[in-house]
Design a protein around this ligand. Structure first.
Ligand code: KG4
Ligand code: ZN
Length: 345
């Protein structure tokens, strides 16, 4: 079965083709991705209307690229999948509209997929896919969740953020440091040269006894700390501070976020008695998070699985994969009802 998948929930247009093979893990045949980040950078964040319009511009050329890459024709596609939500309503409507129109024209069924399920199952696209059951740490720009995963569609939420997501904490702190949107990867790069112990920043809910997260207070603490540094140095802005001071604050910020993510993941593993951890979502690309999880999990004989680096952030491959796995598990049927809707929240 050939599944063509579309992702358009935010600022990345992704298209991919996955093939199911019996009961084995489906195989990625081809995928193409266009990131709008540069276009939004001038505005310091994603502009929804611009995002929708750009998805329209990119989606068909990307589809042609994917078909050529897979060596398949559109007529060979068995199911068309798309991200149904969560995300920006207008952006989601582009992917949903294209997917349903294409499926209707081909007389093939469609399937709407939850964006987070795409992230969650994205490690199955790697050469070394995980086995169920596992604990999942889902860390994206919009979500921070710990889950127990017993199989496709069998998800138990163990804890989540009560305010900002981990990616948001990275991005908002980076913005305070004068970095471009999305600042997470840029802050991480600065942090490589800094001292993570230079500034004591809060680790909210670290000892709360549950698996919930809170990152809103960290952003405030970073703001206060940066203002202190600027005043003490007698410079006009944070960017005017000596390099080392800026690197140190970046490293301290990253350490605070990573520390909480690692400790809570270890608690979730301990409580569940499971010995496999899957990390997914954009923040899963963070090298410090990976290094610390690898070290701590090795001590506990826990195996950690990540998506491949380039599939941590939004992409079409994870959507085609999630659709293929849902169909394969018999959990969901694709339908030939083309009256689509999207679920922004
Ligand atoms: O999963 P994703 O592409 O989009 C959502 O579904 O939200 O995640 C994007 C988030 C952004 O907040 C971005 O700053 C963050 O992932 N991110 C990183 C890194 N790469 C991406 N955060 C920290 N370190 C990174 N290397
Ligand atoms: Zn995402």
């Amino acid at each position: 079965m050939l599944v063509l998948g579309f992702e358009s929930s935010c600022d990345e247009t992704g298209v991919a083709m996955v093939e199911t093979q019996g009961t084995g893990v489906p195989v990625l045949l081809s995928h193409a991705l266009y990131s709008q980040i540069e276009m939004h950078q001038a505005f310091g964040g994603v502009v929804p209307e611009l995002a929708s319009r750009d998805h329209i511009r990119r989606v068909l050329p990307l589809t042609q690229e994917v078909l050529a890459g897979a060596g398949k024709s559109l007529q060979e596609v068995d199911v068309v999948a798309f991200t149904r939500g969560p995300g920006l309503a207008g952006a989601l409507l582009v992917g949903a509209g294209v997917a349903c129109a294409m499926a209707a024209a081909l007389g093939k069924p469609v399937l709407g997929v939850h964006h987070l399920e795409g992230h969650l199952l994205s490690p199955f696209l790697s050469a070394d896919p995980p086995e169920f059951p596992f604990v999942a740490l889902l860390v994206s720009g919009g979500h921070t969740q710990l889950m127990r995963v017993d199989g496709v569609g069998r998800y138990e939420l163990l804890g989540e953020t009560i305010d900002d997501a981990a990616g948001e904490a990275f991005d908002k702190s980076a913005k305070l440091m004068g970095l471009a949107y999305p600042g997470g990867p840029l802050l991480a790069r600065m942090a490589e040269k800094g001292n993570p112990k230079a500034y004591a920043l809060p680790r909210p809910l670290l000892h709360s006894g549950n698996l919930d997260f809170s990152f809103a207070g960290l952003k405030t603490a970073v703001l206060v700390q940066s203002q202190k540094m600027v005043a003490a140095a007698g410079v006009p802005t944070f960017e005017a501070l000596p390099e080392q001071a800026r690197w140190d604050l970046a490293a301290s910020t990253q350490a605070a976020i990573v520390d909480v993510l690692v400790k809570k993941s270890l608690t979730a593993l301990k409580n569940s008695g499971l010995s496999r951890l899957v990390v997914a979502g954009g923040v899963g690309a963070n090298r410090e998070l990976r290094a610390q999880l690898n070290a701590e999990c090795a001590k506990r004989k826990v195996r950690v699985h990540y998506p491949e680096m380039h599939l941590c952030t939004d992409n079409g491959a994870m959507i085609a994969m999630a659709a293929a796995m849902r169909l394969q598990s018999g959990l969901q049927q694709a339908t030939q009802s083309y009256a689509f809707d999207v679920k922004p929240r």
